[in-house]
Design a protein around this ligand. Structure first.
Ligand SMILES: NC(=O)c1ccc[n+]([C@@H]2O[C@H](COP(=O)([O-])OP(=O)(O)OC[C@H]3O[C@@H](n4cnc5c(N)ncnc54)[C@H](OP(=O)(O)O)[C@@H]3O)[C@@H](O)[C@H]2O)c1
Length: 357
């Protein structure tokens, strides 16, 4: 298998502009890299936020997209464990255009690429890596809660005897967080969502799903019961959820804990009202924020073993991809796909297929 010198990419020519389809080529393949034909790529909020807020973009024309699946078409000389034709999925590298995914081919460090198991499609695989890495950073890195990851000794016992609250269980990040919580051994996984998503989240492993339009901190405290709460993970990280996270830790009188949030691009910082509220109680509640960029050198100790282990969790049915909504039209679907995510999705991942003509 080989790859063409020139291929199609969706390119943002200047700040805030719509994508246009254009030809481009990849830079030379490094020893530790693989070239991947991108068969499916998923939309994450960061994609349209990068354009709307001119964030993480270093130069124009820019290429968006950092969540994809495909097949290996070239292998660097120092790469072992990958062969031409392997099905793979991966988190692309935001701001590095040869490793962005709204194009037909990209190249990636092989260590950041996972093998796609036979029990899922490329469309399903495309929407796993980015949101999972956000939850992995929140749970296992010291910038988040700092638990032992499930692939390390003792990691499957890390949550033993404890409850965890995951706000926004139906979001992509939330769905993967619920499943990581189960892999980490939490005994009471409590989340919230709209009622239409209750069954989905229970199937993914949530023990209790509360109605996000009704449940307050008292409802969460009731759901915690006798299993001590370890921490709150806020997969949504807007003002209201950060405040709710603080209130839940206060209502459950949880000492030495904090709310872990995700960086949402805009606003960039944690909510100041929520931070202040956390200081009003006898048990002080801090708010932490994570950015799950797996290619960042300080997160490679998590992203590389994640890439080696995730396929096996999926093959065993311990980790289930988001439901997909595939937009037809190959690369030309890019703007419609971005709009669908921006307008709001519920429990599903918008995907398109760049290599489809
Ligand atoms: N820092 C990072 O590394 C990182 C990585 C990925 C994403 N993010 C950020 O994380 C956020 C979530 O991204 P995503 O792709 O997971 O989102 P998403 O899938 O687009 O989220 C949509 C879901 O959010 C739920 N939701 C919305 N408002 C809620 C609220 N107030 N309480 C509870 N649930 C709520 C909805 O649930 P129902 O349909 O059940 O109502 C809906 O299903 C975004 O701001 C994104 O930019 C950060």
């Amino acid at each position: 298998m080989s790859f063409p010198q020139s291929f199609k990419a969706a390119i943002v020519p200047e700040p805030k502009a719509q994508n246009v389809i254009s030809d481009r080529t990849l830079g030379p393949l490094k020893d530790d890299e693989v070239v991947i034909e991108i068969l499916a790529t998923a939309i994450n909020p960061v994609d349209w936020k990068m354009r709307d807020y001119n964030a993480f973009i270093t130069e124009y024309p820019a290429i968006l997209g950092s969540d994809a699946a495909g097949r290996v078409v070239a292998v660097g000389s120092a790469v072992s464990g990958f062969a031409i034709g392997d099905r793979v999925f991966f988190q692309g590298i935001i701001g590095t255009y040869d490793s962005s995914t709204f194009q037909q081919y990209c190249k990636m460090p092989a260590a950041l690429v996972a093998k796609t198991p036979d029990n899922i499609s490329d469309e399903q695989a495309a929407g796993i890596s980015l949101a999972t890495m956000a939850a992995v950073t929140a749970f296992y890195d010291k910038e988040g809660y700092g638990l032992i990851p499930p692939w390390e000794k003792g990691g499957t016992e890390a949550g033993r005897g404890h409850a965890i609250v995951i706000l926004g269980g139906a979001s992509s990040v939330g769905q993967y967080a619920i499943q990581l919580a189960r892999l980490s051994g939490f005994e009471n996984v409590i989340t919230n969502a709209s009622s239409a998503n209750f069954d989905l989240l229970r199937k993914l492993g949530a023990h209790v799903v509360l109605d996000r339009h009704q449940a307050d901190a008292g409802s969460f405290a009731e759901a915690v019961q006798d299993t001590p709460l370890m921490f709150v993970f806020d997969a949504i990280s807007v003002k209201a959820t950060q405040i709710l996270g603080v209130q839940i830790l206060q209502a459950t009188r949880t000492a030495n804990s904090h709310v872990v949030t995700v960086h949402t691009v805009h606003p960039e910082t944690t909510d100041q009202e929520a931070v202040a509220l956390g200081q009003t109680h006898e048990f002080k509640v801090g708010i932490k924020q994570v950015l799950g960029v797996g290619s960042a050198p300080h997160l490679r100790y998590l992203s590389e073993p994640l890439a080696r282990n995730l396929g096996e969790y999926i093959a065993k049915g311990q980790f289930i991809p988001n439901r997909t909504r595939v937009v037809p039209g190959g690369l030309t679907a890019v703007e419609q796909a971005l709009s669908l995510n921006k307008e709001g999705v519920s429990g599903e991942k918008v995907v398109f297929c760049p290599s489809q003509e």
